[in-house]
Design a protein around this ligand. Structure first.
Ligand code: APR
Ligand code: PHB
Length: 397
């Protein structure tokens, strides 16, 4: 088999890259090791930056997003029992976020790719890369019981943190930067109307909590728990009781409760692998970087990566020029570290690190009081949260 771009991984990064290349008449094949059913129902985060919504809408993926996505012009920071609104629209010249589940983005992308005759192979296995420093890299894989080899001009590693592409890069080429956190998130999806119009991030002496949503009838809520916590220790009533305690305010806030239909415990981690290119292999999304969910950036950073990669590949295939591709890794890493810093900052400001530490929480309160009273500090949070414009002068900025 032969194609221009062999894409390993059918998550948001791989599927969006295949879509953007298709719009420019460039062939690609997406190899995904899970089933379509699985990737379309894998619950993940759900906050889309302003630029992500613009890009999806401009490239023909806006119908359901515009219809079902919930646009938010602000967010609440809650501490010492009082809520403080950060007004995105006022502080960023009208930019906003949209609540639309990542699996909905994946569903829309798969439907569009298949409508456009795209080649997505689900349930592949045993993916092996070769010839990455030649001009004809290959991807060997098994599919439907047959051994296949895909010959490409370029390989895109969009297979997430646990993928194989990064490991095809020889020892010593990559430098990894890592930070782990002494806590995890217990997340639930509940059939309860959201308790607030906008997201509520709460700093509390018992730990962080987040009130988010998916629709007018579905709430998404998170609690900070110890890193090795187990779900069986958290019967629904204990989850609701803890959420009530952490989100309680001096005002008239009521937490809406309902049947819990999905629950998980997710670790928090900051991680980057540099460079994001090796020969004809280009890494994008979680294959090259992970952020803690506090900044709601994972999906949006993957989108920024593949937007820049698609532009570089179009320039290569249309004009034979490699300048944009040569700048791909450095260009992405500028935004990656901006987003790493913002996600680390949000995580540091809102979570309980060491129960015995009295000094840290006082610093956090001082920072939260500053961020919610200084226009300059609030603007820093707002412009990073809604997403900084793409810095390549691209169409959707
Ligand atoms: N072969 C083929 N596919 C693979 C392999 C492999 N060896 N290993 C992993 N995959 C697939 C996974 O099943 C997954 O569908 O690669 C895909 C990677 O998708 P994501 O993990 O969603 O990563 P990415 O597309 O970069 O999107 C980043 O996803 O995890 C969230 O918070 C993260 O929101 C961020 C977004
Ligand atoms: C979510 O809605 O799942 C969500 C929102 C904001 C975050 C993380 C997750 O920071």
């Amino acid at each position: 088999m032969r194609t221009k771009v062999g894409i390993v991984g059918g998550g948001p990064a791989g599927l969006l890259l295949s879509h953007l290349l298709h719009l420019e008449g460039i062939d690609s094949v997406v190899l995904e090791d899970r089933s379509r059913e699985y990737v379309e129902h894998r619950i993940r985060a759900g906050v889309l930056e302003h630029g992500t919504v613009e890009l999806l809408t401009e490239t023909g993926l806006g119908d359901r997003l515009q219809r079902e996505g919930l646009v938010h012009q602000g967010v609440e920071l809650r501490f010492l029992g009082v809520g403080h609104r950060i007004d995105f629209a006022d502080l960023t010249g009208g930019r906003s976020i949209t609540i639309y589940g990542q699996q909905e983005v994946v569903k829309d992308l798969i439907a569009k790719r298949l409508d456009d005759g795209g080649d997505i192979r689900f349930e592949v296995s045993d993916v092996r890369l070769d010839g990455l420093t030649s001009d004809r890299p290959t991807i060997a894989f098994a599919h439907d019981g047959a051994e296949e080899t895909l010959e490409c001009d370029v390989v895109a590693g969009c297979d997430g943190f646990h993928g194989v592409t990064r490991h095809a890069i020889p020892e010593g080429v990559l430098t990894e930067y890592d930070r782990t956190y002494p806590f995890a998130w217990l997340g639930i999806l509940a059939e309860a109307p959201p308790s607030s119009e906008e997201l509520i991030y709460t700093n509390h002496e018992r730990g962080f909590s987040l009130c988010s949503l998916r629709s007018p009838t579905l709430s998404r809520l998170y609690l900070q728990v110890p890193p090795d916590e187990r779900l069986e220790n958290w019967p629904d009533e204990r989850i609701w009781e803890e959420l009530r305690r952490r989100t309680a305010t001096t005002g008239d806030f009521t937490l809406n409760e309902g049947p819990v239909v999905e629950r998980l415990i997710a670790p928090l981690r900051s991680w980057v692998a540099e460079p994001m290119q090796y020969g004809r292999l280009f890494l994008a999304g979680d294959a090259a970087h992970i952020v803690p969910a506090t900044g709601a950036k994972g999906l949006n950073l993957a989108v920024a990566d593949v937007r820049r990669l698609a532009r570089g590949l179009v320039r290569l295939f249309e004009r034979g020029e490699t300048d944009l591709l040569e700048g791909y890794s450095d260009g992405c890493l500028r935004r990656v570290w901006r987003v790493q810093q913002f996600s680390w900052w949000m995580t540091s400001m809102l979570h309980r690190f060491d129960p015995a530490d009295r000094y840290g929480p006082r610093l956090q309160i001082s920072e939260l009081e500053y961020v919610t009273s200084s226009r300059a500090a609030a603007t820093t949070l707002a412009e990073n949260y809604v997403g900084l414009p793409f810095d390549d002068g691209g169409s959707s900025s």
